[in-house]
Design a protein around this ligand. Sequence first.
Ligand code: AMP
Length: 312
Amino acid sequence: MSLLVVGSVAFDAIETPFGKTDKIVGGAASYIALASSYFTKGSNLVAVVGEDFPNEFIEHLNKHGVNTEGLQIKKGEKSFFWSGKYHTDMNSRDTLVTELNVLGDFDPIVPEAYQDCEFLMLGNLTPKVQQTVIERLHKRPRLIVMDTMNFWMEIALDDLKQTLKMVDVLTINDEEARLLSGEYSLVKAAAKIQAMGPKFLIIKKGENGALLFHGKEVFFAPALPLEEVFDPTGAGDTFAGGFIGYLAKTGDISFENMKNAIIYGSAMASFCVEKFGTERIIDLSQEELDHRINQFKQLVRFNMGANLASGN
Ligand code: AMP
């Protein structure tokens, strides 16, 4: 089923305890488009880059079946640039640089061919632009998933709250959930955030997994314990790509199926962190993916039926 992906396509410079990169390709929509392509082909991308952006990566996206007709390339301008440095525990990072460049005045034009979209993934981007995309779709998609970050909570909270009213699922990390709600308890935070609009809320907790809230229901998916987390950049976006890609593939947007989608999202994210940038998710095989899903199943499988029956 048709998926529209919107978000930043960018350059990143990353520093982790394992090493440092120069400018490499990143951006929320890059990760989302790649991750979702393992589940649903023919997704449509709306984004903007400058003249400095490598054509090679656009060709990679096309090879993955991502339609880039809606990717604007601005002559004489520079792509969005973000730089971050991770702390030793890899669960927290400092943003060193955010240069909006082409994102500063991004007008998200939605090509006519994208209009039949049933699933919309609003990757991290100015909330106003996310809202504009929803408004420009002639028909509301069946499911709108939105990601955002602390940066927008700090500089565009009113716009963010407006956009939140228009979406079905919000994905944020635990720190951001606390910042947005003013509540330390994630259960209280989830209730407050759901009251702002999204009926489903995913709170990502890095290596501690992810929680899915819907009304009084809650589901927890662990993250796969990995020997080495090399670079967490894009893990959240890759998670979102796997999540919405799986939903678009199955066409089932029930809470029950979202539980499966979260496991697929977590599996995709576990690949992403194994190398710098998009390197690890650019060329995954079906075998690797199947194997990882199996590892997730083993991780959470237990059987207490016998003990329960004997009253222990
Ligand atoms: P994540 O690690 O999942 O939070 O996503 C990291 C990606 O988000 C990087 O590739 C950045 O290019 C992108 N990013 C960082 N800050 C912003 C921002 N303010 N707007 C849009 N994208 C951003």
